[in-house]
Write a protein that binds this ligand. Sequence first.
Ligand SMILES: [Zn+2]
Length: 77
Amino acid sequence: MKLSPNHNPTEPSDLLIRMHNQVGAAVDVTGGTVGEASRWNCHGCGDRSSFTDHLGTIRLRAGQHAEFCRAAYQRIR
Ligand SMILES: [Zn+2]
């Protein structure tokens, strides 16, 4: 299995949590910890939250995504 080259991309200044998907691509939770201020994005497939939400909700969704995502790299902008 080829591992993702996006294992350790530059950390955004508002990075809260970094997880990794099935092939090691970073899945970042960013934003704030108070209110509906957090979001997530996957460096493997390019998927991301479509809106901000509470950190607990975003952390759960990011974790669920990381569990099944097998994408190593994307060029979607
Ligand atoms: Zn993904």
